[in-house]
Design a binder for this molecule. Structure first.
Ligand SMILES: [Zn+2]
Length: 335
């Protein structure tokens, strides 16, 4: 009798490896069956959370991904400790995921076109955004500008990393500024929001995509629902902060099933490429019709550069004492 009981316990322990329960429709399914469908419930289309590596494999062309900045690892400038020391949390996250940060970034192709991609892994400290994550995003953008190719971020994050405080918040402006450089070069940025995309991530780069797409049913927002409910003092509408709600209210452009992500991205980058060629043709055509205007010669002589700087320094000092700065500055421009 006792033997049977023990056997039953062993069976229960083995269950999570072979069987998986859908949190949405509560169906019990064979794990391999869900895995074969890219971790989407075959009964109700619930999209399970997946690792960065699984995500990359499902999006980019086969064997095209080359990881970059793999060794970048966070430091602990604030010596931060909450229930646990930040250093300890980092060690645990590393032994759990084998990674040193919550994003994986690198170069790849999608539909045969080069694309720089950054993917969040929620299993590393809730996919939180810290200094390393911000730096990896900016480096990805810089590579995209150098290669003149598209850029993709797949977000899965609870937001900015509390343990890095202001250093973490700084990444919001740092990444946004870098995306502006990409935008000025006319290169496309596609932001993919997956479950969950919250806090500082949704309040910065995740919502700056030229095209913003989301997976079905993903939780997307800034503050949590409980906080909002307490602040506004009313019940929140059905489906609040889910992809479908955001699409209905115009915050995102499209909802794409995981199985169609690769095809959709491939199609969009093809469209962007064609559009770019059309614009180049138009510019070429216009320049043929316009008469050439030669630049007017300027009086600026490079050798005078040092002298000009000296005058400006004088202006800075004198303008603190008396209000003659503007006149002197005008003089320096004449030089
Ligand atoms: Zn289901």
């Amino acid at each position: 009798m006792f033997g049977n009981l023990f056997r039953k316990e062993e069976e229960i322990k083995e269950t999570p490896n072979q069987w998986i329960k859908c949190p949405k429709c509560t169906s019990l399914m064979y794990y391999k069956e869900v895995e074969a469908k890219q971790h989407v419930c075959p009964k109700c289309n619930h999209h399970f959370r997946i690792s960065a590596r699984q995500r990359i494999d499902s999006i980019v062309d086969k064997d095209s991904f080359v990881e970059m900045d793999k060794t970048l690892a966070p430091v602990d400038p604030l010596k931060f400790t909450d229930k646990k020391a930040y250093k300890k949390r980092l060690e645990e996250a590393k032994s759990k995921t084998g990674k040193t940060s919550s994003v994986v970034s690198g170069s790849s192709t999608i539909g045969g076109r080069p694309v720089e991609i950054v993917v969040f892994d929620f299993s590393f400290m809730g996919g939180s955004l810290g200094s390393v994550e911000g730096e990896k995003i900016v480096r990805g953008i810089t590579r995209a500008i150098e290669k003149k190719c598209g850029f993709v971020i797949v977000s899965a994050s609870g937001g900015a990393r509390m343990q890095e405080s202001t250093y973490s918040l700084l990444q919001m402006s740092k990444t946004s500024a870098a995306l502006n450089r990409l935008h000025q070069k006319g290169l496309p940025f596609i932001s993919i929001l997956t479950d969950p995309t919250m806090g500082g991530v949704s309040a910065s780069f995740a919502m700056l995509g030229d095209i913003i797409m989301a997976e079905p049913g993903a939780l997307i927002g800034f503050a949590g629902q409980r906080v909002i409910k307490q602040t506004v003092g009313v019940d929140l509408p059905e489906g609040f902060q889910r992809s479908e709600f955001l699409l209905e209210h115009g915050l995102i452009d499209m909802i794409v099933d995981r199985g169609n992500l690769h095809q959709t991205l491939s199609h969009l980058f093809e469209l962007f490429e064609n559009q770019e060629e059309e614009i180049e043709d138009e510019i070429l055509e216009e320049s043929k019709n316009e008469p050439m205007i030669e630049d007017e010669p300027t009086d600026v002589i490079e050798d005078d550069a040092d002298e000009t700087i000296d005058v400006e320094e004088e202006v800075d000092v004198s303008s603190l004492e008396e209000n003659t700065g503007l006149e002197k500055e005008t003089e320096s421009l004449k030089v």
